[in-house]
Design a binder for this molecule. Structure first.
Ligand code: BGC
Length: 811
């Protein structure tokens, strides 16, 4: 029998959908409130409780009420959960552009990627403060400074939400390390929370109007974030007026009653705790009020109704899945994100008229290392490695050599099986030339999901001449390799990524190769490669003949990512190689794929040029090559201080304290550059630092006051001139210091920045407006922001330590 009510709703919805496709179907606040309360009235208590427990990576549908499933995807690098997608510069790389318009453009592109895939809510951006270089997820975040992070995240949110896709600002709060992230308590005082760790979240919620927020894994001051009344009820809902959805991080809810009462609206990925079993008796016993459940349901409904999700389909089929607009945005972002750290004797840019040959080396040269690991990892349709970028950008006259390439197969059949045992008929058979796959998020063709499958390759390799060759593998999970019928590698177990690198003598003839692989869960990686063997000495000797050498160093998605912290030191083999290389070649250019600072000892002073390429997204290699050859003038600036030694970092003595399950933030507000200034420690590369191929001069600082009372503004203006010979972009940075205050304050703090584009000889004015908010500190006695009267100092310049203009004003 047809349920007539259902039928009518379905028809009505379908009609609305058809007319509203592509239009701004957002609903005004009053209407949304009314519709939410009408729907709520029709829901049973059981239905309401079910609704506040997620469904994998969705909010469940209630078909009888015409409420559709609300689909989420992870970010922040890309819309990664539904097959291949574009990977944009990671959060820290985007912050390094110091370009608000760029953040907006990337946001729009990310929003379009979501619409193309029918995604309503993206689990991004992420703005946990970079406290220590070790945190595995720094690459996803926006650096050490709350002002910079706030000013970059708001336009990013605007961009995404302009496409009628909702953002989820995450992870609130103080998920500043991955070490023991589910068990550790971040112990932070109220002032530090408000001045440093909350700021970008507050901006995201109040200025950016991010409609969703994700709570962190860690505890804050002894209480799980998902049960933290101070974080959710008091700060977000009461003090900041957040009207959207607070969701848990995945499996980070531990007690349904506590979570419900503390303000959690949606338990993800399932209602393991906020469910009928726990909440129905609790409501009956008066431990949880029914109105508390109603409030959560109302928040979810109000948010999705307001976004128009009940009135139109989310998928826009006129946006291609592989969208050229995304590629453009990713390239523009990557170009501005790369920071030139060192450029002695102007080794860069390379002059195509003089450089006729270039060697590209290092583990990160190919394939592209464009993303860190974990839930941000996005499998792309295409990506450009630094090697590929250099090959395409260098031009015809430049010989590009690399020892890295895989000689591949003469012929090879690939069979994919939908089980881990290679049993039964393969679901897909195809011919391939190389084995080099990451199937973590995108399953091989023929399979629905990237877990519990196996693959067999059967083929021939053919050395052209007899001699010594290297055979490399990389795999997660199991692998078996046969050469001419002989089993030469057998590691058929579940494990994290492993690799092998063997030398062997081969004759000039065909060899049969069989590789078998299975994937259980988690990362799905498999590579089998072979190439001529050269000793490091031979390789070094050969490298002398190249006009320039690019060494691509750093971590990758298996050595820097979610769920673990990384070492401060680069892998030892890389440091040794760079150091040896520097002895045979004077022009070694190092590119660095990291989410933050590393140890520099033993290599930095031996090479003339270093470029910080972060995880700058799928176009990383093209952007890096354009900078290397001077087609693009670098303009990225560090969003975090890079220390000389690990122990110089202000958080060093307290970070990841392995006892008592606590990580005390004893450095307080003096983290990042605020700490280096206070402790009078010279960083290796200071916050805001980044070189250009041209030079800039700052002049003509003027400070004037406007308005009265609390509405007083301080207008700071100056001129920036390009005094060099190339067009370029400079970031004018304004720092502010409170000369005398009743509480300790940083020597100076970033309170304004503007990126200007200047032709040679051109001058442009820059203007900053300082408000009471910019002058204030968080007063723990009154729990309010206070700007104390007195003198303030102002500095303007090109980094936190190159600030040639200074002045001041009375407040
Ligand atoms: C991460 C979140 C992510 C979620 C869903 C968690 O492990 O911390 O950032 O959004 O997984 O994949």
């Amino acid at each position: 029998m047809i349920n007539t009510q259902n039928f009518i709703i379905t028809i009505a919805c379908a009609c609305a959908c058809m007319t509203a496709v592509g239009s701004a179907a957002t609903v005004n606040a009053d209407q949304a409130e009314k519709r939410a309360s009408e729907l709520l009235k029709q829901m049973t208590l059981e239905e309401k409780i079910d609704y506040i427990g997620g469904l994998g990576i969705s909010i469940r549908a209630i078909p009888r009420l015409g409420i559709p499933e609300i689909v989420m995807s992870d970010g922040p690098m890309g819309c990664r959960c539904y097959g291949k997608a574009a990977a944009f510069p990671a959060g820290i790389a985007l912050a390094a552009t110091w370009n608000r318009t760029m953040a907006d453009e990337i946001g729009i592109a990310l929003g379009r990627e979501c619409r193309a895939r029918g995604v309503h809510i993206i689990l991004a951006p992420a703005v946990n403060i970079y406290r220590s270089p070790l945190c595995g997820r720094n690459f996803e975040y926006m650096g050490e400074d709350p002002y910079l992070a706030s000013h970059m995240v708001v336009p990013l949110i605007d961009g995404v939400q302009s496409q009628e896709v909702l953002t989820t600002i995450k992870h609130f709060a103080c998920n500043n390390q991955e070490w023991d992230r589910n068990g550790i308590s971040s112990e932070v005082d109220e002032r530090t929370l408000n001045e440093i760790y909350f700021t970008a979240f507050r901006a995201a919620v109040q200025k950016g109007k991010s409609r969703c927020l994700m709570i962190s894994y860690n505890l804050v001051n002894g209480v799980h974030s998902s049960e933290n009344d101070y974080l959710m009820n008091q700060t977000l809902k009461r003090d900041w007026g957040f009207g959207g959805i607070i969701m848990s991080d995945w499996w980070s809810t531990y007690n349904g009653v506590n979570a419900a009462n503390a303000g959690l609206d949606l338990e993800m990925p399932n209602g393991d705790y906020m469910n009928q079993k726990n909440l129905l008796p609790a409501i009956k016993d008066g431990l949880v009020k029914e109105s508390t459940i109603d409030e959560k349901v109302t928040r979810i409904l109000r948010t999705i109704i307001k976004a128009g999700f009940l009135d139109r389909p989310q998928t826009l089929s006129n946006i291609p899945l592989d969208d050229p607009k995304s590629d453009d945005a990713a390239l523009k972002g990557a170009r501005e994100s790369i920071v030139l750290l060192k450029n002695d004797h102007k080794v860069l840019p390379l002059n195509r008229r003089k450089i006729k040959s270039i060697a590209v080396l290092g583990p990160n040269a190919y394939p592209a290392v464009y993303c860190g690991g974990g839930s941000a990892y996005t499998t792309t349709f295409k990506s450009v490695s630094i090697l590929e970028g250099i090959k395409s950008v260098a031009g015809k006259g430049v010989d590009v050599y690399t020892p890295l390439q895989d000689l591949g197969f003469v012929k090879c059949k690939m069979e994919v099986f939908n089980n881990k045992e290679l049993s039964g008929e393969p679901v897909k058979v195809s011919d391939v030339e190389h084995i080099n796959n990451i199937w973590t998020t995108v399953a091989p063709e023929g399979l629905a999901s990237p877990a519990n499958f196996s693959v067999r390759w059967t083929g021939k390799i053919h050395p052209d001449k007899a001699g010594k060759y290297r055979l490399n593998t990389r795999y997660d999970d199991g692998i078996r390799v046969w050469l001419d019928g002989k089993l030469i590698l057998d590691d058929w177990t579940d494990h994290l990524v492993r690799s092998t690198d063997e030398a062997m003598e081969l004759e000039a003839r065909d060899y049969d190769v069989k590789v078998e692989y299975y994937q259980g869960g988690g990362e799905a990686i498999i590579a089998f490669q072979w190439k001529p063997y050269v000793t490091p000495e031979e390789e070094m000797r050969d490298l002398k003949k190249y006009d320039a050498v690019v060494y691509c160093a750093g971590f990758n998605n298996t050595t820097e990512g979610e769920g673990f912290d990384r070492p401060f030191e680069l892998p030892k083999a890389q440091v040794e190689y760079i150091s040896a290389l520097s002895k045979v070649h004077p022009k070694v250019i190092v590119t660095l794929n990291t989410g933050g600072g590393v140890a520099w000892a033993g290599w930095l002073d031996r090479v003339p040029a270093v470029m910080q390429t972060w995880y700058s997204g799928q176009e990383i290699g093209r952007a890096a090559a354009e900078i290397i050859f001077g087609d693009v003038n670098p303009s990225g600036k560090l969003p975090a201080t890079f220390e000389k030694r690990a122990e110089d970092n202000p958080s060093f003595p307290y970070y990841s304290i392995k006892t008592n399950k606590k990580t005390p933030y004893t450095e307080g507000i003096f983290g990042g550059y605020r700490g280096y200034d206070k402790n009078k420690v010279e960083p290796q590369f200071c916050f805001g630092y980044g070189l250009s191929y041209t030079t800039f001069e700052f002049s003509n600082l003027k400070i004037k006051k406007t308005g009265t009372g609390d509405a007083r503004n301080i207008i700071v203006t100056c001129d920036v001139m390009n005094t060099g010979e190339r067009a370029g972009m400079e970031v004018a940075q304004l720092y502010l210091g409170d000369v005398k205050c009743s509480v300790p304050r940083p020597v100076r703090e970033l309170k304004g920045f503007d990126k200007v584009s200047l032709n040679p000889g051109e001058t442009k004015p820059v203007s900053f407006t300082l408000t009471k908010e910019d002058l204030s500190f968080f007063d723990v006695k009154t729990h309010k922001w206070v700007a104390e009267p007195g003198r303030f100092k102002v500095w303007v310049g090109s980094s936190s330590r190159d600030i040639p203009l200074h002045g001041g004003f009375e407040w």
